[in-house]
Ligand binder design. Sequence first.
Ligand code: C2E
Ligand code: SIN
Ligand code: SIN
Ligand code: FE
Ligand code: FE
Length: 483
Amino acid sequence: MDQPAEYAILDHLREGCQVIGFDRRYRYVNAAAARHGRSTPIELIGQKMTDLYPGVEATTLYTLLERCLDQRLPAEFENEFTYPNGARAWFTIKMDPIPEGAFILSIDITDRKRAEDSLQEHVTRLEALRAIDLAIVATGDLTSTLEGVLERVVTSLHVDAADLLLYRPERGTLEYVAGCGFRQAEAGQTVVPFGQGLAGRTAFDRRAVIIEDLARHPEPPERGAWFADEGFVFYAAIPLVTKGNPIGLFEVFHRTALTPSPDWIEFLHALGAQASIAIDHGRLYRDLQRVNLDLTLAYERTIEGWSYALDLRDRETKGHTLRVTALTVRLARLLGTAEDEITHIRRGALLHDIGKMGIPDTILLKPGPLTDDEWKVMRMHPTYARDLLYPIEYLRPCLPIPYAHHEKWDGSGYPLGLKDEQIPLAARLFAVVDVWDALSSNRPYRPAWTQTEVFDHIQGQAGIHFDPQIVEVFLRERRARSA
Ligand code: C2E
Ligand code: SIN
Ligand code: SIN
Ligand code: FE
Ligand code: FE
């Protein structure tokens, strides 16, 4: 059928132009509009849209066309169009009532729409990579951080599920640490042998695998039953590697077949690389914490070992060190000492007589009073303690007790003859406790004193040997205990 001549001017426009009559038949279609419909003007003229495109009645386009024809209302909108062969296209459509019916102007904006979508896609992907970056910096629980990251990964890759398996060299396995999108909790129990089967070989060979449709894959996956239960059809796995060593596997699952674009695959690899860094960083941080903890524990054990050895040597003082340490810490807390400082005080108390390691048995274990020369040697023990502990940096803050516990409030003590508040508080505190416990115990050079004698002695030495304020707090605490 011929095209009406009055529209000839529109024939070669780039925009699609068509005129639909009140009878819903095509009256005019230019070449561009026919192309948009994958057709030719000749085939269309005189035909009804509803005959050519079954189902078109249900579309917004058709509804608006009817409204334009019947109610003489214009319309303008963006429309996604699906061709009979499944291809999709986007158009800007403008409809105007004209005397013959309706005039439709259509502009193909598919390229612009694709560009927008791909921009959005890039933004989503960048956000996912950024989430991993943040996870790298985060120092919290790595597993929960990874779960959050995987949720973004699933969104940005448009897949149903994803997980991370970590390599356990000691067990020769890859084990689940984080995942999302699974229907069954079983995913959390995933353990696959490293180097065997699809997943295991992917990690071992460090070569990614992408299976678009598991049903067509020659090798059934070793987790076949689980894949079937979950309904997975598509599978991809990216090996995780740091510094050339395998550390695990990043798996992606989908419940319909997928043919990923080169872009998508590249992004999957980027995610794998980023996840490797995140895991490596998390491990470094955790190992560092563990080494610190191990070292701290090792230090404490060492100190306790030394002080125990001292008590053993100074036979009669059995349990003295632990008792004075507990009592000194309790007193320090009563006086409102900060916990950091308490640590140093505890170490100082445990090591207070470490300098006696330098005192010969003949003097230390002498059953009677010391001679002047022997006293000179004995009085060296705080100085020996300082010489021994000062080079050990982490023990330096505990030195006030081993070095100054024999100073006296009136300035008559040793090794320096410090007075009142020149004496470090920890040492003033400790001195009261040490003498209390020494007098309450048997010594090689004398038997234990009675409680009353000890109380009277401490009270009597307030302002002479001891800080009077500390004596007050100490005796109040002792009386509360014994009451
Ligand atoms: P230690 O036996 O642990 O005693 C610590 C501190 O408790 C003494 O520091 C002293 O201030 C007080 N103390 C202990 N026993 C008595 C006592 O019987 N009377 C009085 N008033 N205070 C007492 P000090 O005097 O600087 O002594 C330091 C260390 O020297 C003692 O540690 C002990 O190992 C040794 N030492 C002190 N006196 C004698 C002694 O007569 N014979 C022997 N073999 N060693 C002594
Ligand atoms: C683990 O290795 O125990 C869990 C993941 C990690 O912290 O590296
Ligand atoms: C450790 O015991 O784990 C190491 C700390 C050390 O002994 O140096
Ligand atoms: Fe001492
Ligand atoms: Fe002591």
